[in-house]
Design a protein around this ligand. Structure first.
Ligand SMILES: [Zn+2]
Length: 450
């Protein structure tokens, strides 16, 4: 979502939770829990190092994924004792997410930290903390994707948000204002990537000042093969094509909508609706297959972009659908990758909405948010101090991010480095060390570079 304004003093405890949503019914549109094949999960426990030059990595980021998101999704899919694919990953850490200038990060600063290994200011992509949001550039930072490309790896980025949105953009763009997405689309067209899949077609039409009819041709002039639906993605054959998948004008549809579109596309021609939009799992599996063709090592970044969007709206069950779709993609990847050579990380960039899971005798399990449009009560005298325990919620038509730590899950080669409390910048150092065949310096994981 858009960059958050700074709220340095809004650290009071928002204890009065509203926007309640009952957890008991299984979330619409999601299948019963699937788990990673046990052999693959166990193989991830004690990875053996083979040839460092073969090393690959996949970074999964669920936008907004706080700890309660995982618990709620697990409960909705398989019950309290269910096992998500995330749960099956053998190593975990807690991650601090604060931005350089704010205890509550936005997606731009958080993704820059993970992509480039440096804390920066909210709203800034791929530049260091000398940048001033929306005003002037900081020093450019090299992202892990650029670094990996220089070393000859194939590189891809997949998201369910617009491909120009903050999280994916931090991995290929450099800009002091994440909201100037037309400029970021221009950078995307020039980015040295093998594939970039997600939503945001409208942004490219505006950037190129053309209509839909000319988009494919103009994108091809920039060296990309454009695909716009699931069938088009599956039809890509030429191994040398760089693939730009733009499957929606804006963000890709929420998972329940996408499932409906898929069913409509499969209906007899007379009743056929719009073309099928690929799921995050389909995009992930397709990308792994394409990037690893010929045994080449690769780096893939996969964002589930919409748990955050649902949380901003206080849509608890949609949030669960999105996290479940993310978890499905993680499971599909783990079942296809070699833990002896591949590191898989899965994490959130920050928590959104202050999701809590409560239980009451009369209503059973209830999901509530501390901030957002569903909250009924305005904070009467915010900001509160740390010692002020007056219960309140933070009413906001567009819920806030929160500063709580997020989980980091790890599987495969180098995963055993993931333990303790880490900085979000550690993601960069973990990926780089693994791809170099080295052990990361512990200091680079637990202390933030600014
Ligand atoms: Zn957000």
């Amino acid at each position: 979502m858009r960059r958050l304004p700074r709220h340095p003093l809004l650290l009071g405890f928002c204890l009065l939770l509203s926007a309640a949503a009952c957890l008991a019914p299984r979330a619409a549109g999601i299948a019963p829990s699937g788990t990673v094949p046990s052999g693959a999960a166990q193989a991830g426990v004690a990875p053996a190092v083979r040839n460092p030059l073969d090393r690959s990595a996949v970074l999964f980021i669920a936008d907004g994924l706080g700890p309660a998101y995982v618990t709620a999704t697990r409960m909705a899919r398989g019950g309290e004792d269910g096992v998500l694919n995330l749960d099956s990953m053998p190593y975990t850490a807690i991650v601090r997410t604060y931005a350089f200038d704010d205890p509550v990060t936005d997606s731009a600063a958080a993704a820059t930290a993970m992509a480039c290994g440096r804390k920066t200011v909210n709203g800034v992509l791929g530049q260091d903390s000398t940048a001033v949001y929306g005003q002037h550039d900081g020093r450019p930072l090299e992202s892990i994707t650029t670094w990996a490309r220089r070393r000859g790896l194939r590189v891809g980025i997949v998201t369910t948000a617009r491909v120009t949105h903050a999280t994916p953009a931090a991995f290929y763009a450099s800009h002091n204002d994440r909201d100037l997405e037309e400029a970021i689309a221009r950078q995307a067209l020039g980015a040295d990537l093998d594939l970039l899949l997600g939503g945001g077609r409208e942004m490219f039409r505006r950037t190129l000042e053309i209509g839909e009819a000319n988009l494919e041709k103009r994108v091809a002039e920039r060296g990309w093969r454009l695909v716009t639906d699931a069938a088009g993605l599956e039809a890509v054959a030429a191994p040398e094509d760089r693939v730009l998948g733009l499957f929606a004008d804006d963000h890709m549809p929420y998972e329940p909508e996408r499932v409906k579109m898929e069913a409509a596309a499969a209906a007899p021609a007379a009743r056929r609706g719009s073309a099928a939009v690929p799921s995050l799992t389909v995009m992930t599996v397709w990308s792994i297959g394409r990037l690893s063709q010929g045994g080449r090592p690769f780096l893939l970044v996969v964002e589930g972009g919409r748990p955050d969007h649902a949380a901003h709206e206080n849509w608890a069950l949609t949030l669960i659908d999105e996290v479940a779709a993310f978890d499905d993609a993680v499971g599909a990847a783990l079942g296809r990758l070699d833990p002896a050579t591949t590191l898989v990380l899965a994490t959130g960039d920050h928590e959104t909405g202050g999701l809590a899971i409560s239980s009451r005798k009369d209503s059973g399990t209830v999901l509530t948010f501390a901030t957002g449009p569903g909250t009924k009560q305005k904070a009467e005298r915010a900001p509160h101090s740390w010692s002020d325990l007056a219960p309140t919620s933070l009413h906001d038509p567009h819920g806030e991010h929160t500063a709580v730590d997020v989980p980091l899950y790890a599987w495969g080669a180098g995963a055993d480095q993931v333990h303790g409390t880490l900085e979000n910048t550690a993601v960069f150092y973990l990926l780089r060390a693994h791809l170099e065949g080295k052990t990361p310096d512990r200091d680079s994981l637990v202390h933030a570079a600014r």
